[in-house]
Write a protein that binds this ligand. Structure first.
Ligand SMILES: [Zn+2]
Length: 205
């Protein structure tokens, strides 16, 4: 599966790193910045590099970008690490786009986001910082098709093309993100997917 290269890269990173790294700064399979930016350029993503910043109790982004669209537009600019932005584009290319053509016969033209970077604690465990606090997470609430139809994550349980599409998209997301939370996870995720590239693998679909 697609996850093996991620795991191999993570193991390689651990093996080649002489001193231990705090777990919250140890994202899975981080792509070196120059390589990551070159990949976004090659894919003609619309983005701007942002300066490193930190705030609050450990929030911040080192190798960040503000991305507006990869293959598919985002309905708001997302502030993410470059690695996470690249994962979003790969997810759009290899999962969202082909599945939209398969289920609806038309492409997705934009993804509705409910946030990216945010200096905050985890849902249900505010004592630990969320992956959003490191720019490694994105929340997706819906997918707009070329004909204007909105496929919302709230359609997850419906026995319709929308439900089948959403469940297939979430399964595919697990090949590109280490964490995928969906309506099966908990009530907090009944209306959006949480996708992150943090160090704790969890595929809940
Ligand atoms: Zn989230």
């Amino acid at each position: 599966m697609m996850r093996w290269p991620l795991i191999a890269l993570a193991l390689l990173a651990v093996a080649s790193c002489a001193r231990p790294t705090p777990i919250d700064n140890n994202a899975v399979a981080t792509v070196p910045l120059r390589q990551c930016l070159a990949a976004l350029d090659e894919r003609q993503a619309s983005y701007a590099q942002i300066n490193a910043f930190s705030e609050g109790r450990g929030c911040g982004i080192r190798d960040g970008v503000a991305i507006r669209h990869g293959l598919i537009a985002l309905d708001e600019t997302a502030t993410l690490t470059c690695t996470t932005a690249l994962a979003v584009d790969s997810f759009q290319r290899e999962v969202v786009h082909p599945l939209a053509l398969h289920h609806f016969g038309q492409p997705v033209v934009s993804m509705e986001l409910w946030g990216s970077y945010a200096c905050r604690g985890r849902t249900g465990n505010a004592g630990r910082l969320s992956e959003h606090a490191f720019g490694r997470a994105i929340d997706v609430a819906g997918f707009r098709l070329a004909d204007g139809t909105m496929v919302r994550v709230t359609d997850w349980y419906r026995s319709t093309p929308n439900g089948a599409f959403l469940q297939a998209v979430a399964r595919g997301a697990c090949d590109h993100f280490s964490v995928v939370l969906t309506p099966v996870s908990d009530a907090a995720h009944r209306d959006h997917f949480h996708l992150d590239t943090g160090p704790w693998p969890l595929c809940e679909v």
